[in-house]
Design a protein around this ligand. Structure first.
Ligand code: NAD
Length: 290
């Protein structure tokens, strides 16, 4: 039997190609995209499901993922392992997992961090929700597509971990950009701020690994005219998912909500398609109401 891979876009294509390169028989299906080298393209979800014992999905959002899972369920062999690597809302992940279990199959939600570069290099981080045994079964595949895989708990826990992480990332990137904007206003050299923060309590991944300022710190999208990297649109998607989850669970996340508002405004004002760290320019152009 083979691995069936649905969604051969920016992330799915290199992930499927890595599985094929590692010696797996990989079958692919996408409504638009072509199959990458080593992956056999199927004409329908039915054909894909009937020839695979593991089905991986890498799709744009929860409604599309649920629709695809629904179609796959009618054709999958008993005991098929479903692994959804898309970033979707926690409610859709739990709904899909319960439908999959009710049909006699196994389900893992396994969203990733690491972007297209990590997908190509096979260095993604997987955050996984589901049963222990299913995680162990899938681990060798995660090890091919990624560098780390964390089993976070039951169904939906992978998506929960992903949106908590990305809400924190959005907030910390905005905080880092605000610090640079304030430094500019105070006449403090950007390199000097970086050197101090990198060795002080304000240090974060947004500052020292993904510095939003060109020419400061390691090479980042800021040094490549803010070409993504991690697009602002995807950050906005993840912040919106975090706010959907916060509302559904009755948890107050005021900074997460404000980060969503700021990314919404940035994406609407020429931020679409740019790296999420380019919000630096958007924030630096604002003048305080005094
Ligand atoms: P993408 O738009 O490049 O790929 C999605 C693919 O799904 C497309 O090729 C599209 O044709 C296909 N598709 C849509 N509907 C379909 C259907 N009904 N049946 C079959 N195929 C269908 O998106 P991407 O960048 O690869 O992202 C995929 C997922 O990974 C998203 O949930 C995204 O949030 C998440 N993600 C992306 C990144 C990133 O940096 N791009 C990083 C982490 C997570």
């Amino acid at each position: 039997m083979a691995i069936g891979f649905v969604g051969l876009g920016n992330m799915g294509a290199p992930m499927a190609a890595n599985l094929a390169r590692a010696g797996h028989a990989v079958l692919g299906y996408d409504v638009v995209a072509a199959a990458p080298e080593g992956v056999e393209r199927m004409a329908s979800l039915e054909e894909l499901a009937s020839r695979a014992d593991t089905l991986i999905t890498m799709l744009p959002n929860g409604p599309i993922m649920c629709e695809v899972i629904h179609d796959l369920l009618s054709h999958a062999a008993p005991g098929t392992l479903f692994i959804d690597c898309s970033t979707v809302d926690v409610a859709s992940a739990r709904l899909a997992a319960s439908d999959i279990a009710a049909a006699g199959h196994a389900a893992l939600d396994a969203p990733v961090s690491g972007g297209t570069g990590g997908a190509a290099a096979g260095t993604l981080t997987f955050m996984v929700g589901g049963e222990d045994a299913d995680f162990e079964h899938a681990k060798p595949m995660f090890d091919i597509m990624g560098a780390k895989a964390f089993h976070c708990g039951g169904s939906g826990s992978g998506q929960a971990a992903k949106i908590c992480n990305n809400m924190l990332l959005g907030i910390s990137m905005i905080g880092t950009c605000e610090a640079f904007a304030l430094a500019d206003g105070l006449g403090l050299d950007r390199q000097a701020l970086y050197d101090v923060v990198a060795a002080s309590s304000g240090q974060s991944w947004s500052m020292t690994t993904y510095c939003p300022v060109p020419g400061v710190g390691p090479k980042t999208p800021a040094d490549n005219d803010y070409r993504p990297g991690f697009a602002a649109d995807l950050m906005l998607k993840d912040l919106s998912l975090s706010q959907q989850a916060a509302a559904a669970s009755g948890v107050a996340t005021p900074l997460g909500r404000h980060a969503q508002t700021l990314y919404d405004a940035f994406v609407a004002n020429n931020g679409a398609g740019r790296d999420f760290s380019a919000i630096l320019e958007h924030l630096a152009s604002k003048k305080a109401d005094v």
